[in-house]
Design a binder for this molecule. Sequence first.
Ligand SMILES: NC(=O)C1=CN([C@@H]2O[C@H](COP(=O)(O)OP(=O)(O)OC[C@H]3O[C@@H](n4cnc5c(N)ncnc54)[C@H](O)[C@@H]3O)[C@@H](O)[C@H]2O)C=CC1
Ligand SMILES: O=C(O)C(=O)COP(=O)(O)O
Length: 634
Amino acid sequence: MKVEEEEKQYFVIDFDSTFTKVEALDILGEISLSNHPERNTRLQKIKDITDLGMAGEMSLRESLIARIQLLNGNRAHLPELISRLSKLVSKSIERNRVFFDEHPEDTFIISNGFKEFIVPVVTKFGIKADHVFANDMIFDEEGNIIDLNRNNVLSINGGKVKQIEALKLKGQINMIGDGYTDYEVRQAGMANNFYAYTENVEREPVKKHADHIAPSFDEILYHKKMSGALSYPKNRIKMLLLESVHPNALAKLKEEGFSVESYPAGLDEDELCKKIKGIHVLGLRSKTQVTAKVVREADKLMAIGAFCIGTNQIDIEAALEAGIPVFNAPFSNTRSVVELAIAEMISLMRGISDKNRDMHQGIWSKTAKNSFEIRGKKLGIIGYGSIGAQLSVLAENLGMDVYYYDLVEKLALGNATKCDTMEELLAVADVVSLHIDGRPENGNFFLREHFQMMKNGVIFLNLARGPVVDILALKEAILSGKVIGAGVDVFPEEPNSNNDPFTSELMGLPNTILTPHIGGSTLEAQENIADFVPRKIMDYINTGNTENSVNFPNITLPPLKDAHRLIHIHKNRPGVLAKINNTLAEFDANIVGQYLKTNEAIGYVITDINKQYGKELSKSLKKIDHTIKFRMLY
Ligand SMILES: NC(=O)C1=CN([C@@H]2O[C@H](COP(=O)(O)OP(=O)(O)OC[C@H]3O[C@@H](n4cnc5c(N)ncnc54)[C@H](O)[C@@H]3O)[C@@H](O)[C@H]2O)C=CC1
Ligand SMILES: O=C(O)C(=O)COP(=O)(O)O
């Protein structure tokens, strides 16, 4: 009997900023002061007083009374307050409703807030009204809130300690809260554990004293080895975002509950090999190379997000073989690159960069020499993918004659002319613009012989990838006058960050616009990317969806309902699916849906099963020959 009592777990939860996302008195103020002339100043004062109380610079009772006086609250405001608070329950508490329903005897709310609004909010979760300990409001005859019950132990400092003591709970007491008063209970020896709850607010001094930091209720249940709403707490999924990914992406992923760390620059292979340990999701842009070595060193990696179009910086084959899907943003910065290409064509046709430099040096050189309109000129686009095709449309609208060349068959947009060979294109083009991708075979793609095939006096643009062009051959072509203007945005060697120096053979050449790989660097593009890529990553983590992955078999899955989802990634060998299904049968798992897709390297099988099945199912599925990765979702 004794042993059982000792093992009983009690969860004592704070209300403001823990059970709910907000401080209830702030919300009451928004309601009660809505038409008050001093609304804003009073609301601010209420917040300041809350902070003073939290910091221990004002006694609890003083701070409660001061807030009551500022609030002008009335009983009539309570229904709206309760309704608003019910919608502001912390996400992970909401998600774990079942836990509260199933543990009414073990859950308590102890708060320095007021029962009048706490009881109606928490009892909807199955928490018992007589398990709520909080202050009581005093009303006058008109229903105005004029005071608090000063005999209530929770209206004084140290009240939570006394309250818990009075409960005489026998078992493990887990104190969960965001404030110092919650920690005090542990400090006084009245709780076995203090979880600093950081889902809504993070207070460093409180975190410092915690036995465990809990960014969500899922984390507490996981830590306690109790079953919760999620198979794995999201805060345990670590994401590393490199290269100044737009802050919206961070915000979105943090909001979802993931642990996200960001870094402004790219990392080289050795640095990344160290940093990648323990990381579940890696986000990067065009700079950081994810080599096979990095993939090997990645012990936890589940997915890679390229927050850009190109994925040549990632060894996507190595990632595939390791069961790691790669996602990118295939259309998010297309338009930005095209606009830069158009701007450069016009600028180069008019010698703007040199003229601008001269003017800044006090040189006035008004001339029409080597200055042309782009209208009527022949634009040769090499690589007629998303960017090439978009450029084709806009250039044609500006009156250019478009020619294009691509490895694969592409629909000619508008009046564009397809060329069967590069030679054909180079023989006619006045402007040549490269828009092929950076696959390894495209290294040293555009060479001296290609410049030689061009007409004299052409404009040349590379906004694709640096290693694609023989840079010395381009330099020669510029110096010889073959190329009378060049726009280069990408280089064989690019600095890791804005703090590192840049150097290139092309520096100082005439009518040559050099830009620091900014084709996709517009606010619009970065915001689009920050919206698109996190959605793909979250979808994969939360549901197993691989739609739009650049290396994985693409499967669009239905949402998971009333089932457990088994995600099995294995080498594409005959018989693995049969083994999975035999194992499921062995453990009495009833299949409610199964989805399978393979590519040349891997098989991706998703099986939804009823929630009742033999205990060791996961272990057995992991042991099936050729398994690369396995996880379960619910
Ligand atoms: N400067 C910058 O900031 C940016 C640069 N980029 C670069 O632009 C590239 C193209 O982007 P998208 O048009 O979206 O890609 P895409 O994949 O839609 O188009 C690439 C096209 O090039 C063709 N291609 C590939 N190799 C070829 C070859 N050797 N000869 C002829 N055609 C070939 C492909 O068949 C495809 O049609 C990206 O892969 C990326 O490297 C993309 C965005 C921004
Ligand atoms: O989208 C691409 O492929 C780009 O080249 C843009 O790269 P960035 O995100 O600016 O490093």
